[in-house]
Design a protein around this ligand. Structure first.
Ligand code: MN
Ligand code: MN
Length: 315
């Protein structure tokens, strides 16, 4: 058996040096033999308020240098179990949103020719629509766990139908997701109309508004979602603005009253056992992240997602 890729240890080379790959994993140019491909989608031209997520992948990777391979909370040993590499960034066209979305769909289509789980680092949330198009082309309609302050189900924004605020309406319309197996966790804030969230509920989406989660453990919520989805193929999309801005201020459209970092960990850890075929972490905006905590948190949530992928051993 070929030895599996390991993150470069902080005892081997100081954490502040070395390659800017996720957790300083090897960069791979080939997909055969990989179980998991971590990749960046450096884009912010689908965002409606603050920009800056084009720098997300670079900064999340930089902060990920702090993370060590074994999960002391859960015992997960993802790098002993799966062959994981960073495959670099998608070459989006920063002057053209719709062209960029096509490039993302084509790039994911090429990746998904292999038996590999893509783990995307955004980028604003508009990247998830072309990702879901490519994922559904391979797997059929997917169950979806969507953690976000926003439902992202607008019909259009400024007349545009493909933006970071319209993703899951398009995904529903195009049959990319199973509406009765779609779970939105952490939604809150203010709407353009009082019915902004309820229409999606009518499609079958299950919603867990932030207000119903305040001061509660998310472990039973995660377990409920896991049990409802069962063995179906599922995509997990994690918008960092689901967290409260006190925990994750570096994001494009912050909303007060959000999830705590421990709740984020409880939720992901409770989803262990799901048949995850892909995931992403989006909306980290380094220019608004003066402490680096948002990128650090995003990197750790990506690590926690790696820890619950199918095939990961627990010690
Ligand atoms: Mn979003
Ligand atoms: Mn959001």
């Amino acid at each position: 058996m070929t030895p599996k890729n390991q993150p470069l240890s902080g005892n081997e080379l100081a954490r502040f040096s070395g390659p800017n790959t996720f957790m300083r994993l090897p960069q791979a140019n080939r997909l055969d033999g990989l179980d998991v491909a971590v990749l960046g989608v450096p884009m912010d031209i689908g965002a409606s308020w603050r920009s800056g997520t084009r720098f997300g992948p670079k900064q999340v990777r930089a902060e990920s240098a702090m993370i060590r391979p074994y999960n002391m909370g859960t015992g997960a040993a993802p790098f002993d179990s799966l062959q994981i590499a960073d495959i670099g960034d998608i070459a989006i066209n920063t002057f053209n949103l719709s062209d960029s979305l096509s490039i993302i769909e084509d790039s994911y289509g090429a990746i998904l020719k292999y038996d590999v789980i893509p783990v995307g680092i955004g980028g604003d949330h508009s990247i998830t629509l072309p990702i879901l198009r490519a994922m559904a082309a391979k797997h059929g309609p997917l169950a979806l766990v969507h953690v976000d302050a926003h439902a992202d189900v607008n019909d259009h924004m400024f007349g545009e139908r493909e933006t970071h605020g319209t993703v899951f309406r398009r995904a529903f319309e195009e049959g990319l997701i199973k509406p009765n197996s779609t779970f939105q966790v952490g939604i809150r804030g203010t709407g353009y109309a009082a019915t902004d969230f309820t229409e999606a509920k009518g499609w079958g989406f299950r919603q867990y508004p932030a207000e119903t989660l305040w001061h509660r453990t998310l472990t039973p919520i995660g377990e409920e979602i896991r049990d409802e989805i069962g063995s179906a193929k599922v995509y997990v999309t994690y918008d960092i603005d689901s967290l409260d801005p006190s925990f994750a201020p570096g994001t494009g459209t912050p909303e007060i009253g959000g999830l705590t970092t421990p709740q984020a960990l409880q939720l992901i850890r409770a989803l262990r056992g799901l048949n995850i075929v892909g995931c992403d972490l989006v909306e980290v905006s380094p220019p608004y992240d003066t402490s680096g905590n948002t990128a650090l948190t995003g990197a750790n949530l990506l690590y926690e997602l790696l820890c619950i992928l199918p095939g990961v051993e627990y010690r």
